[in-house]
Design a protein around this ligand. Structure first.
Ligand SMILES: [Zn+2]
Length: 274
């Protein structure tokens, strides 16, 4: 049962909107690609989890705090006994490990994801204890992209590589899962502890004036819309949307990009280009 479904983060939403309305800088484009890729990887992982006919409880994208430190978890599975914690990566290309440090194949250092996973697990463990839960946690980094390879990886790392995914999911299928009220309470507790503010948000560069105004298609993000009575028709992809909901969606976009600005009729009139 999916208790907390995955949603597009505000950060990714903001990058997507800004991209439709101006030309992104090289840095912002690269960040958008990273975010899209990460999201796609997490989505692939969820698809695999959903294919298993299990009763367990699934929670995605949790932003939590413990011991005055913020941390985020890509996915949690609450099974009967252990709590499974997943960090999902959609990296591709060749990487290597040398003296416990991680590098991209060209020699540029990358963050050691094992350290990050250990930090997350220990903060999470402490947070659970603070709320009276003493549950074993198993943590994994899951690489979903078949184009990923890691040289010099020791056997004992908590990593599931792309070519191990099938066997890993087959193993998960065998974990006993009888979910009871206790598990459900824990899941609800975790959702209640989730902080809605994105903690690691970077944001794209933009000013109000440089963004192209107008309503964009919800489906393909084209500006090429034609209004027919109370409906907008996208001449690019053929999608139809009720004008009322298109305007509300545009207001949401505006609020996301300019949270400190007051929403007035004239501002929205300008933002939607009349
Ligand atoms: Zn469209």
């Amino acid at each position: 049962m999916n208790i907390k479904p995955r949603v597009v983060s505000d950060e990714l939403k903001a990058y997507r909107i800004v991209k439709s309305r101006k030309i992104l800088s090289v840095d912002d484009s690269a960040q958008l690609v990273r975010l899209e890729k990460g999201y796609e990887g997490e989505w692939l992982f969820n698809e695999r989890v959903d294919q298993l006919s299990k009763e367990w409880l699934v929670l995605n994208d949790l932003q939590l705090e413990s011991n005055n430190a913020n941390f985020q978890i890509d996915s949690i599975l609450i099974t009967q006994k252990p709590l499974l914690l997943f960090e999902i990566k959609n990296h591709e290309g060749d990487y290597y490990i040398e003296d416990d440090k991680w590098f991209y194949i060209n020699g540029s250092p990358v963050q050691n994801p094992i350290n990050q996973l250990e930090r997350t697990e220990s903060l999470f463990h402490r947070m659970l204890q603070d709320h009276g839960y003493n549950i074993p946690i198993e943590s994994y980094i899951v690489y979903v992209n078949p184009e990923f390879y890691l040289y010099n990886a020791p056997r004992n790392l908590p990593i599931i590589f792309p070519n191990q995914l099938n066997r890993f999911f087959a193993k998960l299928e065998k974990i006993p899962t009888k979910i009871n009220q206790h598990h459900m309470r824990l899941a609800k507790k975790l959702v209640s502890l989730h902080k809605n503010v994105s903690l690691y948000s970077k944001s794209p560069n933009y000013t109000y004036n440089e963004l192209r105004k107008g309503i964009i298609c919800a489906n393909c993000r084209s500006f090429n819309l034609e209004s027919k009575k109370m409906v907008l028709l996208c001449k690019n992809c053929g999608a139809l949307e009720d004008i009322h909901s298109a305007i509300l969606r545009s207001v949401d976009e505006f609020t996301l990009l300019f949270p400190e600005r007051k929403i007035t009729t004239s501002i929205i009139f300008d933002w939607c280009n009349g």
